[in-house]
Design a protein around this ligand. Sequence first.
Ligand code: AMP
Ligand code: MG
Length: 349
Amino acid sequence: MKCHITKKRIAGLLGILLIVAFTACKRQPIKVVSTNTAMGTVIQYTVYATDGEIAENVVEELQKELQSLETQRLSWRIEDSQVAIMNAQAGKTEGVLLSKELYGYLEDILEVSRESKGALDITLGKITAMWNLDSWSGKDEKAREEFVLPDEDALQSVLGETGYERVLLKDGRIYLPKGMNLDLGAVGKGIACDRIRAYLENQQEITGAVISVGGSIVTYGKKPDGSFWKVAIMHPREEGAYLGTLTLQGEWNVATSGDYERYVEMNGKRYHHILDPSTGYPVDNELCSVTILSKDGLLSDALSTACFVLGAEEGKKLVEVFGAEALFVTKKQEVIMTEGMKDIFEESK
Ligand code: AMP
Ligand code: MG
């Protein structure tokens, strides 16, 4: 009997010890790193969680979320996405009823369009299609060989059908004039980052994450050792090299727009994917890349495109309106920063 009690006690003690050991293990976050593709770009996940299996499930769920964001909502190329439906219904007097989510995004986008005096203009859908921007990437030899300039007269006539100020949002509906097509390419990756953060906020087991969706990056929570997030900015002219890093703590969004992301070259001239809405042609100013830092994914992405169009001087004024920070790289490889950016950016040696 005595012996039995002792055994029970030992078993009980062992149980307690095991629970303590297990809890200690559980408390040490596990890092899961994974790469995939969605929304026409590469997605890199680094997720810290109290449980490895949960972290892997979260990455899988996020991947599904990004795919559905593209196919069901944002892509103008996929026939029954909400954006494709809006485009197909352009000119209808009854407009199109939108989800609350998409309506909210469009309100925010149009605010950046107004503040940037149309530098960001999502109504360029037919123009971006004429340039065939989607088929370009830095290494796409075929696109380079097959590239022809759009017909000037056709371009100018389609340009006449654009203009963000002609988009009407009212009582949950959108009204597009006949002939207008939306392209949300300038903000889609930022919206994806916002969706990612909203998802992570509901996952108690996730302690930290840094996830990049093409040129848009979202940071969340903390690293297990308490050190800050390091977000690298691509060098716009040295392939595979970094211009420098941003040191960040907690929740942030970083978005970069550059003329090196999608482009073709013809007769020594670079035609890239960021268009000047006033001409319909790729922007040709002093810049080759812009990086924006803010607390909001959509805003960062919208501002990166708008600032690229505006140039450094006007771009600085624009980010101030939205409380964001910016880093501009000129074609002469000069780096121009807002004050707040100077504190967190470190140039690569
Ligand atoms: P980003 O890389 O975020 O600057 O977005 C560029 C993408 O947005 C292009 O591939 C086009 O689909 C679209 N786009 C190009 N120029 C503009 C512009 N000025 N305003 C809004 N969208 C644009
Ligand atoms: Mg953008």
